[in-house]
Design a protein around this ligand. Structure first.
Ligand SMILES: Nc1nc2c(ncn2[C@@H]2O[C@H](COP(=O)(O)OP(=O)(O)OP(=O)(O)O)[C@@H](O)[C@H]2O)c(=O)[nH]1
Ligand SMILES: [Zn+2]
Length: 205
């Protein structure tokens, strides 16, 4: 069971956020983070994004995936509309950065994002969103609008006691480097991605 270990207000380029660190022990170097936009009211349906870590995309601006753009778009959305990002330390769909780089090396040889993980003897996706739900509950959030294209994240909320009020699509335009990756997400994982669109953030229901 994770506990809130520390929290502080942090001004960002997008606006002011309260960053809260959750882990089982207070000396954990990789705590999950809740990044809460100011004026977010937890007693109403809350805009929420579960975001799995991607150091290559978010820090080093890799063009292989759209994770960095999604995180920035989510921060902008939360700053403008209130809400919270649950930043999960699940690098590489939870196989870790070393394995993700091994998978990228296989991708250089022509394997796609799923095949590369499987060739390494690892699951295509090793994530579980239970801890994200746990964090929502600790914050007293009962109802959410989830910013995602990933059906597994929607399932995780639907199977929990947190109510899924709506999905908000978070689709980034593809690039020549990310096109195939996004196509595999759609065909293998069933991501709710429109064929090609200028749409960035859109409420669907
Ligand atoms: N193993 C592996 N992981 C990758 C690869 N490309 C990106 N990732 C990881 O995929 C994860 C993407 O997580 P999210 O941004 O939460 O997105 P998502 O699960 O696709 O769902 P959305 O909510 O629709 O964005 C991150 O942990 C990335 O590090 C890859 O080629 N191989
Ligand atoms: Zn990424």
């Amino acid at each position: 069971m994770v506990q809130l270990q520390a929290e502080s207000l942090v001004p960002t380029d997008f606006g002011n956020f309260r960053i809260m660190a959750f882990s089982e022990v207070d000396n954990n170097w990789m705590p999950h983070l809740a990044i809460v936009a100011e004026n977010t009211d937890f007693s109403k349906p809350v805009n929420v994004r579960f975001h799995s870590e991607c150091i290559t995309g978010e820090v080093f601006h890799s063009k292989k995936c759209e994770c960095g753009q999604q995180l920035d778009a989510a921060m902008k959305y939360m700053a403008e509309n209130t809400g919270i990002i649950v930043y999960l330390r699940q690098e590489g769909r939870n196989i870790g950065i070393i394995n993700k780089l091994k998978a990228y090396a296989l991708q250089e040889q022509g394997f796609d994002t799923v095949e590369a993980n499987l060739k390494l003897g690892l699951p295509a996706d090793d994530r579980d969103f239970t801890v994200a739900i746990e964090i929502l509950k600790k914050l007293g959030i009962a109802e959410v609008n989830l910013l995602t294209n990933n059906p597994l994240k929607l399932d995780a909320v639907e199977k929990s006691t947190v109510t899924l009020n709506s999905r908000i699509a978070l689709q980034m335009p593809s690039t020549k480097e990310s096109k195939e990756y996004l196509q595999t997400k759609k065909s293998y994982f069933g991501h709710l991605l429109e064929d090609e669109t200028e749409t960035q953030i859109k409420a669907t229901d």
